[in-house]
Design a protein around this ligand. Structure first.
Ligand code: MN
Length: 235
């Protein structure tokens, strides 16, 4: 093999419950407006139109592994004055495929984790209004904190779990995974018609209503029943 001009960058590795081995992240796919309450608060009508997707970088500059214990610092990003949290169930793909059937989809899941789809809402809004891509609003550095992955066979009640986000102890988001417009299986099936999924891919499944801004010094605790909560402080 030829040498590299400079060392290749590190990939993001997420902790996995019950092992010291890390889950190597490949791509980060995100579902837009997948809870009716959030679709309404963003000014659109919730529908069963096919889901839509956007991506974040999967590298170690964007994905922030959050351990089960302690407080992880999250740098406030540049060029925004409306930095939003979106608490989400993250699906970790363990087996690749394309055109995956809905009934086969869960066999492709390695496990689940709690994640935050951090968003520069002001920049996202400007890009939406201009009909331009969302990257500057969604795909910035440190934009994807993700907690410990729990293996799917140890998280069998996940599709009925409660999902909660607190800021400085006050509940801001509170819903259930049952309220997903597109279920985990349906999301995987649809996404796999557009991209060949590979082991290491993450899917942020969407956020419930109650999104809002955080500022430096505030601490968020994101929780999903059955998974390790994540605690991050904006610095
Ligand atoms: Mn989101």
């Amino acid at each position: 093999m030829k040498p590299y001009i400079f060392p290749p960058h590190d990939i993001a590795g997420l902790p996995v419950a019950g092992t010291d081995a890390l889950f190597p992240v490949r791509r980060v796919y995100c579902v837009g407006r997948n809870y009716a309450g959030h679709a309404r608060e963003m000014g659109s009508d919730p529908t069963r139109e096919p889901p839509f997707f956007f991506c974040k970088p999967g590298d170690s500059g964007a994905v922030v592994p959050v351990p089960a214990q302690g407080v992880t610092e999250l740098p406030y990003p540049p060029q925004t004055s409306n930095y939003h949290y979106e608490c989400e169930l993250v699906v970790a793909i363990g087996k690749g495929g394309s055109d995956i059937a809905v009934e086969d989809a869960l066999a492709h899941v390695f496990g689940y984790a709690v994640g935050l789809d951090m968003t520069r809402r002001d920049l996202q809004g400007q890009m939406k209004d201009a009909g331009r891509p969302w990257e500057i609003g969604k795909a910035f550095d440190y934009s994807a904190p993700v907690g410990v992955i729990r293996r799917a066979d140890e998280a069998d009640a996940i599709e009925r779990a409660a999902i909660t986000l607190e800021v400085d102890g006050a509940v801001r988001q509170s819903s259930h995974i049952t309220h997903l417009i597109w279920s985990i299986s349906e999301t995987i099936a649809n996404l796999s018609t557009l991209f060949t999924l590979q082991p290491g891919d993450l899917i942020f499944s969407g956020t419930p209503e109650g999104v809002g801004a955080v500022t430096r010094g505030q601490t968020m605790v994101a929780s999903i029943e059955g998974l390790s909560p994540i605690t991050v402080k904006v610095v």
